[in-house]
Design a protein around this ligand. Structure first.
Ligand SMILES: Nc1ncnc2c1ncn2[C@@H]1O[C@H](COP(=O)(O)OP(=O)(O)OP(=O)(O)O)[C@@H](O)[C@H]1O
Ligand SMILES: [Mg+2]
Length: 232
């Protein structure tokens, strides 16, 4: 579904990604793991066309995204849950969900039911002003908003960031449920141990380069990862 081929990118003279290649197949959940500043967010921004690569190609369903403007990425089936969630803080939870369906108003009611079935808590909170919800609830709402567009590919940027440990658990359970439902998911995380329990495959990104890849089980057992990232 997604084919990232030899992509390099950066910001005004600073190169953040070097010759990155990765694939995500339909129905698969894939993680890109890596420490602070590795380039994880940059990679997701490239896929949603918020920045342009300096080299390489990104293909989505075999079509090159080079000439696709950022505003038509959602309509093509890519939904991005950004770092720090970026909800509309003065709107209610449900109004935020409605914003996610702006490309597909006809399916609004049906999608809303699906999202509420996935996150019953969000239904209870539907009239709450988003800015007053807890961090975990806001993250849930941001993921729900992305699902409201009916995406083929869901991009998640560190959904566990800034949350209390018990909430982190809940968010990963939720991400696990989304993966198990057959959504195609590309998630970037530095919470390596937890994310490797919910995805099927992963890539390790370090200082802008993919340095390792394999099944989630392989990476969890890899001595380099255990030593450098899992504190074993
Ligand atoms: N707008 C920007 N201008 C200049 N440099 C940037 C910009 N955004 C990111 N960078 C740099 O690019 C590199 C990769 O950043 P990126 O945000 O992609 O990392 P990350 O893996 O998402 O990190 P984190 O886990 O902290 O979110 C970092 O060195 C960062 O300082
Ligand atoms: Mg980031």
């Amino acid at each position: 579904m997604l084919h990232v081929a030899n992509v390099s990118a950066g910001y005004a003279g600073f190169q953040a990604l070097f010759d990155v290649s990765l694939d995500v197949n339909a129905g698969e959940s894939v993680a890109v793991i890596g420490p602070n500043g590795a380039g994880k967010t940059t990679l997701l921004r490239l896929i949603s066309k918020l920045i342009e690569p300096t080299r390489g190609d990104i293909l989505f369903e075999t079509k090159n995204l080079n000439d696709v403007p950022p505003h038509s990425v959602v309509a093509r089936g890519i939904a991005h849950v950004p770092e720090n969630r970026r909800l509309f803080p003065r709107l209610t939870a449900e109004e935020n969900l409605r914003m996610g369906a702006f490309t597909s108003r006809r399916q609004y009611a049906e999608r809303l039911d699906q999202v509420y079935a996935l996150f019953p808590l969000l239904k209870e909170r539907r009239r709450q002003i988003a800015g007053t919800m807890s961090g975990g609830e806001q993250q849930m709402c941001a993921i729900g908003r992305a699902l409201m567009s009916g995406p083929k590919l869901l991009l998640l940027d560190e959904p566990s960031a800034g949350l209390a440990p018990v909430v982190v658990q809940a968010i990963f359970q939720l991400v696990g449920r989304i993966c198990a439902q057959g959504y195609t998911v590309l998630i970037v995380e530095q919470n390596i141990r937890q994310v490797l329990k919910v995805v099927s495959r992963a890539y390790l990104l370090d200082a802008g380069r993919i340095v390792q890849s394999g099944s989630a089980a392989e990476l969890l057992a890899a001595p380099e990862i255990q030593k450098a990232y899992l504190g074993l």
